[in-house]
Design a protein around this ligand. Structure first.
Ligand SMILES: Cc1ncc(COP(=O)(O)O)c(C=O)c1O
Length: 415
């Protein structure tokens, strides 16, 4: 089943082809390719736009913390700028950053040579590059939903078709229908796009599930793009630093591309810095794609990235401890509201909860922002499987969460 829902698109498609205009050599309308016009626009933006002009909105709709990047990382960037680090770099990133990332990934997931690591302009650029490396027009891609829409839309830009497999929802929260996924991964499938820990549900794929999916994809020659940008935002047993990763199971030279980002573990959303771990045999071609997309990540930003990776471990650990407190705090408060069904997930930084009366979650979220000053993301933004749910990013302090819950409570009581 496809998640494509043109009714929610801000773009209207013409019914009839435009007539050619003399002297233009083409049609009257200057339009983008069909595949681009058919992309979904962001429903989270749509809700945010509904809030323009509302003076007092508490925003929990976007996937970022309300805290600024730690000072030691910001100082590394300003130091690099002061030294004049303002030039192009190697397509795959500066050597110190690739080395630091290779050490970091090796430490978390086993031996990873520098040649397997490439720096990108954040996670979303890594996802686009990964898709450009392996997907072409007409290819079949499978994605597990609910899901941050970019993973579903990116392959469509390249002319691929995307089939979705829905997570189940029940007493244990969100769970994978492993048999259903393996069935959808037919031998003619080119790529599986999978995100764990998952945005929006917080679902974390188990090691056994990863093992089964990897074995199946190996058997049929299917590529895996594993989006692991939330791997460090994991609330597992004491001492577990990261969620299960495909990197723990796979060799570095098989059909696996692992995408990661500085945005979440070091609060660097605005910096646009990320990386991927990919087979060495791809790296020359990846270098060409980076050249034609962005040429490189900004040099002073990469210098800050070195400091984040090498000196940021204590920060990340304390961030995750704070997030765990916020998660539990919000879940307990929401559980006390009528019509709310909330489960506590083990990863990421969202509660994706069922709300009575949220069957039109986009309309509900627009009403919430206009009438209650509360900014939440509609479940339908993450595919049809998300309808009936809303997403709340809890990456802020508990007092702010309380103020938001108070607004939701008043709104629900007034309905
Ligand atoms: C699942 C997922 N993947 C990738 C990203 C990309 O993050 P960035 O481009 O900031 O690295 C996000 C951002 O929210 C995300 O939720």
């Amino acid at each position: 089943m496809s998640d494509l829902d043109l009714s929610s698109s801000a773009i209207s498609l013409p019914d009839t082809p435009a007539a050619p205009v003399a002297g233009t050599g083409g049609s009257a309308q200057a339009t983008a390719r069909d595949a681009v016009r058919a992309l979904r626009s962001s429903q989270i933006r749509e809700v945010a736009n509904a809030g323009f002009g509302v003076a007092d909105v508490l925003p929990f709709w976007f996937g970022e913390s309300d805290r600024v990047t730690p000072a030691f990382i910001r100082e590394a960037a300003t130091g690099a700028l002061a030294r004049g680090e303002t030039f192009y770099t190697h397509n795959l990133g500066i050597a110190p950053l690739r080395e630091a990332l290779a050490r970091y990934v090796s430490d978390l997931h086993g031996a990873t040579p520098i040649e397997s690591v490439a720096v990108t302009s954040a996670g979303v650029n890594a996802l686009m590059l990964a898709a450009q490396l392996v997907v072409g027009a007409g290819d079949r891609v499978v994605a597990v939903t609910p899901l941050w829409p970019n993973l579903v839309e990116i392959p469509k830009i390249l002319g691929a078709s995307v089939e979705t497999v829905a997570l189940g929802y029940g007493e244990r929260g969100w769970t994978l229908d492993l048999e259903g996924l393996l069935k959808a991964l037919t031998p003619d499938t080119k790529l599986l796009m999978i995100n764990s820990p998952n945005n929006p549900t917080g679902w974390v794929m188990t090691r056994d599930e990863q093992r089964a999916v990897l074995a199946h994809c190996r058997r049929h020659g299917i590529w895996i793009v594993a989006d692991e940008v939330y791997e460090r935002l994991y609330y597992g047993a004491a001492g577990e630093r990261t969620a299960p990763s495909f990197l723990d199971l796979a060799s570095r030279d098989e059909r696996l591309i692992c995408v990661n980002s500085f945005s979440k573990a070091w609060l660097m959303t605005g910096w646009r810095l990320g990386w991927m771990v990919a087979p060495r045999a791809l790296m020359d071609d990846l270098g060409k794609l980076v050249e034609y997309n962005t040429s490189c990540a900004p040099s002073f930003v990469q210098q800050a990235g070195v400091v984040a990776v090498e000196q940021g471990e204590a920060f990340t650990r304390s961030l995750v401890a704070d997030l765990r407190v916020s998660r539990d705090h919000l879940a307990a408060a929401l559980a006390g509201l009528p019509g709310v069904d909330v489960k506590v997930p083990h990863g990421a930084m969202y509660l994706f909860f069922k709300l009575e009366g949220a069957q039109q979650s986009l309309d509900l979220c627009k009403a919430l922002v206009r009438e209650a000053g509360l900014g939440l993301a509609p479940g339908s933004a993450f595919g049809s499987r998300g309808e009936g749910f809303v997403r709340w990013c809890y990456a802020c302090d508990p007092a702010r969460l309380d103020a938001g819950v108070e607004r939701l409570s008043r709104y629900l009581a007034s309905r």
